[in-house]
Write a protein that binds this ligand. Structure first.
Ligand SMILES: C[S@@+](CC[C@H](N)C(=O)[O-])C[C@H]1O[C@@H](n2cnc3c(N)ncnc32)[C@H](O)[C@@H]1O
Length: 256
């Protein structure tokens, strides 16, 4: 297995946080990592996103190079890796704990490079045929510039599978939805146990909401994200509302 880690120094990261001097605390992705996969396991809305991804893969040919931007604990790369065992995957994820979880899941994939950096600091060694960016763009500084960067890092005709949280994160609404679902599927006691185990999720979702309110994180309508994507030079092949209306899914092709 060829597995590499490109790492930013702690100092660079601290300096960049200090420069940003956020008025609100940011999401602690490191703390979130611990319970993040409870989300994938027990949240049907998240499961649907993975199914959406699986359903587009037959249309993408055989991608030689895949970038997973803000890949988190590796759920989308895992799907890509099992469908495309020959593809080189660059997994771009600045949070060490998120990345470690992904590394466990992807240990069987031969050609994986872990880039422990923000997308802004990613020095791409090549262009990609397929780029995945799920629920990460809204957390990045200057999303329009990031979309332009995505376009630049894709081969002409390359595909971007983009899912982005656009609407404010209503923690009470998610709690009611998940608790209702879990109680129905597993019973009240088990639902309570899972909620306790995943209490960090609600905490970090509150932090996401605060960052959205403070305009540190990007909120957008479906129209706003489609015009941002087109402005960056993509053709939108399909677009739909997903994640219970909170997010937008766009399949886009990089123009020449
Ligand atoms: C909500 S998680 C999504 C993870 C994964 N894509 C998924 O859907 O399961 C957002 C991820 O974006 C990462 N992230 C935050 N800022 C980033 C940046 N500037 N560049 C790249 N990734 C970033 C976080 O560390 C976190 O793992």
């Amino acid at each position: 297995m060829t597995s590499h880690v490109h790492s930013e120094s702690n100092w660079t990261r601290l300096a960049s946080r200090w420069r940003q001097s956020d008025p609100e605390p940011r999401t602690d992705w490191n703390a979130y990592a611990k319970s993040y996969d409870l989300l994938s396991e027990y949240n049907p809305a998240y499961q649907e996103l993975l199914q959406e991804f699986e359903s587009v893969l037959p249309t993408v040919g055989k991608p030689g190079v895949i970038f997973d931007v803000g890949g988190g604990t590796g759920n989308f790369s895992q799907v890509a890796a099992s469908r495309f065992p020959e593809s080189a995957i660059y997994f771009i994820e600045p949070d060490e704990r998120m990345k470690s979880r992904a590394a466990e899941k992807l240990s069987g994939h031969d050609k994986i490079t872990f880039v422990e950096r923000t997308f802004e600091n990613f020095e791409a060694p090549t262009q990609a045929d397929l780029m995945i960016c799920v629920h990460a763009l809204y957390t990045m500084p200057e999303p329009q510039a990031r979309l332009q960067e995505m376009k630049r890092l894709l081969k002409p005709g390359g595909l971007l599978f983009l899912v982005d949280l656009g609407r404010p994160m209503d923690v009470a609404d998610w709690r009611a939805y998940l608790f209702g679902h879990l109680t129905k599927e597993l019973g009240f006691l088990k639902a309570m146990q899972i909620f306790w185990k995943g209490r960090e999720i609600a905490k970090q979702n509150k932090a996401i909401f605060k960052s959205q309110e403070a305009n540190v994180y990007w909120t957008h309508t479906a129209e706003e994200i489609s015009s941002a994507v087109e402005k960056a030079g993509f053709e939108i092949l399909s677009q739909k509302s997903v994640y219970r209306g909170y997010s937008d899914l766009l399949l886009c092709r990089a123009g020449k």
